[in-house]
Design a protein around this ligand. Structure first.
Ligand code: DX5
Ligand code: ZN
Length: 220
């Protein structure tokens, strides 16, 4: 279980996205938060920006779709060259079909759960996913406070993944920082999204290294 860091460009300077991507070239992924002002009360970026960023950045894109009707839109993000495309269970009407379409288009398929959504209902879908994303804030905005209440679910999810064979990555997203990342790693997360903790730092690349070291230490 290798630690991976996925800085969220939601906290980057949108006018300088290529530079902001290059500033974290030591990261494993670039986390792209797609919001439609319907599934969440915020509006960010969509396909044209993902297409442009893919050409401008060397780091693979980890697209997190916080949108209604992800069944319609998710395959296009995979076709646009995203390395990973994650849809929310609360929004997907045909998650199995959509996850399969993401994989057929050549991307890793992710399934995201809001803080109050139980993971047990999705245990049978583990064979269909490459990553589970557990939100550790209510989705919609960067810079929110980490929700400790999700940690027991992180532990239970790690147990489900281990029982299934251990191939599925477990991502946490929201409020992940030097203060909270060790708790997440101890609970079993292995992919860490961090927006404000990376782009709010004076040196984003150093922040990535520091977060990675903390997570690796805590994961043992
Ligand atoms: C929130 C987004 C997160 C956000 C994380 O809805 O999904 O990816 O950018 O930002 P921080 O790390 O600042 O909580
Ligand atoms: Zn996100």
């Amino acid at each position: 279980m290798a630690v991976q860091i996925s800085p969220s460009i939601l906290s980057a300077d949108f006018a300088r996205l290529a530079d902001e991507a290059a500033a974290v070239s030591n990261a494993d992924w670039l986390h792209v938060d797609v919001m439609d002002n319907h599934f969440v009360p915020n509006l960010t970026i969509g396909l044209p920006v993902v297409e442009a960023l893919r050409k401008a950045a060397d780091t693979p894109l980890d697209c997190h779709l916080m949108i209604e009707d992800p069944d319609r839109w998710a395959p296009a993000y995979a076709e646009a060259g995203a390395g990973s495309v994650t849809v929310h269970v609360e929004a997907a009407k045909a998650p199995v079909r959509t996850l399969r379409q993401i994989r057929s288009a050549g991307a890793r398929a992710g399934l995201a759960l809001n803080p109050a959504t139980a993971v047990e209902s999705y245990a049978d879908l583990l064979g269909e996913v490459d990553m589970l994303l557990l939100m550790t804030v209510e989705p919609g905005f960067g810079g929110q406070r980490f929700l400790d209440v999700v940690l027991p679910k992180v532990r239970r999810t790690r147990e489900l993944i281990t029982a299934h064979g251990g191939q599925v990555w477990l991502q946490v997203d929201g409020g992940v920082s030097a203060e909270t990342i060790e708790r997440c790693a101890e609970a079993g997360a292995d992919v860490f999204v961090a927006g404000s903790a990376v782009y709010g730092a004076d040196d984003p690349a150093r922040a990535v290294d520091a977060l990675r070291a903390l997570a690796e230490g805590a994961a043992g």
